[in-house]
Design a protein around this ligand. Structure first.
Ligand SMILES: Nc1nc2c(c(=O)[nH]1)N(C=O)[C@@H](CNc1ccc(C(=O)N[C@@H](CCC(=O)O)C(=O)O)cc1)CN2
Ligand SMILES: Nc1nc2c(ncn2[C@@H]2O[C@H](COP(=O)(O)OP(=O)(O)OP(=O)(O)O)[C@@H](O)[C@H]2O)c(=O)[nH]1
Ligand SMILES: [Mg+2]
Length: 451
């Protein structure tokens, strides 16, 4: 399976300007010559010509050939740049299969690039993330990883660990030289530094996850405080129905916006209150679900009224969830009955004053949302966006901590060696050096076809 020749359409299905078929493997050149006889023999040179099966013209296209290892996959690779006709591309693809290629599995081109050492596992994962990025920040984070920022950082830690291991092993090997104390003294501060660095990197995951997957924000509050109006103000359109009738919003309403490069999934919810109305009850249940699925809740209060038991009821529901909380005091354009102090006294946090009606304060709310999304950014420009990587970084930091304890406790130097090796192996899970075939399978089956 590893060494046959694969083919797939690399561009999205359907109608387009141009569609690209990629062919990779030892027979790629032979396949290309059958499908596109006028192909140039020169590396990377695109030529124009006809694709004919028997006497029949299937397309007039362009083709290019890359000799391995100077290609994306590291193998011989051909590309056919066809007209973006769904039917035309299908016919050319069938012809390519007849000429000796087989259909590629999802992610198989990139898997070959990984197997052939063209990229490490973190870069291969970044290819998938970059393609599916839903915001500028998500695209930036995955492109950094694709360019190798995480890989380089991990490799440099592995190099440091290897140096430390060499010193520890020398102390073990030449006990007569009494190197142990000196090695311990030299290495201990380094271990602390590496552990902190790895943990700081792991901590970028919160911001990384938001960059990659966006931030889910629920807009919650009792009926008629202006939640739907706030949703509309945040997304700049009349997305939800607004009316001066408590219970206007019956179902949750979702709208995503991009704020300063970050994808934000806003959910406007039905006003939460205890009710006997069957439909409203279901709406309230959905509101509670939306809050539980969000990382952040915006709790809306009506500044033209008083704090009521209904507000307290909502606050209790919010407190039960794990979501962080912003309090917003709405209707600041109307006569003011509630001050920021009142809210702080009641709910323990100062609110942001806005008017969903005039838009006052909405810019500041947006700013606070993006600040919230960006907090925890350290460790330079690298953003860890993958739980698997976080786990590996934390495991490595933990093993380094064990090595520290062993050194400090005057334990056998062999224990230190074991711990440092464990740290090295944990880091190798990120680059793919020390990862099981099952995990690699799982990663690549998530890819789209043709990548
Ligand atoms: N036409 C086309 N465009 C594409 C791709 C592709 O496969 N085909 N890519 C696919 O995702 C991305 C570009 N990524 C690529 C990465 C490496 C190589 C490559 O040939 N690398 C060789 C040679 C480098 C060189 O000549 O300097 C190498 O690494 O040895 C090609 C594309 C996006 N655009
Ligand atoms: N003066 C003023 N009125 C507002 C403001 N925001 C909302 N309103 C009014 O308050 C009423 C309720 O607004 P909605 O946005 O429908 O309130 P809601 O919280 O979504 O209500 P439910 O869906 O019933 O829970 C409407 O008449 C709005 O025009 C504001 O900032 N100032
Ligand atoms: Mg509403």
């Amino acid at each position: 399976m590893e060494n046959d020749t694969i083919a797939a359409v690399a561009t999205p299905p359907g109608t387009g300007g141009v569609a690209v078929i990629r062919i990779s493997g030892p027979e790629a050149r032979a396949v290309l010559e059958k499908v596109f006889p006028s192909a140039s023999a020169a590396h990377g040179q695109m030529t124009y010509g006809g694709i004919r099966r028997g006497g029949e013209l299937l397309d007039t296209a362009m083709a290019v050939f890359f000799y391995g290892p100077r290609s994306y996959t590291g193998e011989d690779t051909a590309e056919l740049h066809c007209h973006g006709s769904a039917v035309g591309v299908q016919r050319v693809l069938e012809f390519v299969y007849e000429c000796g290629a087989r259909p590629a599995q999802p992610g198989e081109f990139t898997r070959r690039a990984f197997v052939n050492g063209k990229m490490d596992l973190s870069q291969a994962e970044a290819v998938c993330d970059f393609i599916s990025a839903s915001s500028r920040e998500g695209a930036r984070a995955s492109l950094g990883q694709l360019a190798g920022n995480l890989k380089e950082r991990v490799l440099s830690y592995q190099e440091l660990l290897t140096d430390a291991l060499a010193r520890v092993e020398a102390a073990v090997e030449y006990p007569e030289e009494d190197l142990e104390d000196e090695v311990a003294e030299d290495i201990l501060p380094l271990l602390a530094e590496w552990k902190a660095g790895l943990l700081a990197l792991a901590q970028t995951y919160r911001a990384g996850q938001i960059a990659k997957d966006g931030l889910r924000v629920a807009i919650a509050g009792k009926p008629n405080v202006g939640k739907s109006s706030l949703l509309n103000a945040l997304c700049g359109m009349e997305r939800a129905i607004v009316a001066n009738v408590p219970g206007t919003t019956r179902d949750t309403i979702e709208q995503s916006i991009e704020l300063d490069g970050i994808r934000i999934y806003l959910t406007d919810t039905a006003g939460i209150r205890s009710t006997n109305d069957e439909i409203e009850k279901q709406g309230v249940k959905r509101s509670e679900n939306a809050i539980n699925e969000s990382k952040l809740s915006v709790f809306v209060l009506d500044g033209s009224g008083e704090i009521t038991d209904e507000d307290r009821f909502v606050m209790r529901a919010l407190k039960k969830s794990e979501a962080d909380l912003f309090i917003v005091l709405n209707k600041l354009d109307a006569c003011e009955r509630l001050s920021e102090k009142d809210v702080e006294r009641e709910f323990g946090a100062a609110p942001l004053r806005v008017s969903a009606k005039t838009g006052a304060g909405v810019g500041e709310l947006k700013r606070r949302l993006t600040d919230y999304a960006r907090q925890d950014r350290t460790a330079g420009e690298i953003l860890v966006t993958n739980e698997r990587h976080v786990f590996a970084l934390k495991s490595a930091a933990h093993a380094i901590g064990e090595a520290e304890d062993a050194l400090r406790g005057g334990m056998d130097m062999d224990c230190v060696t074991i711990d440092l090796n464990a740290a090295w192996r944990s880091l190798g899970e990120i680059t793919g050096k020390t990862v099981s075939e099952e995990i690699i399978d799982r990663i690549f089956t998530k890819f789209c076809l043709g990548k």
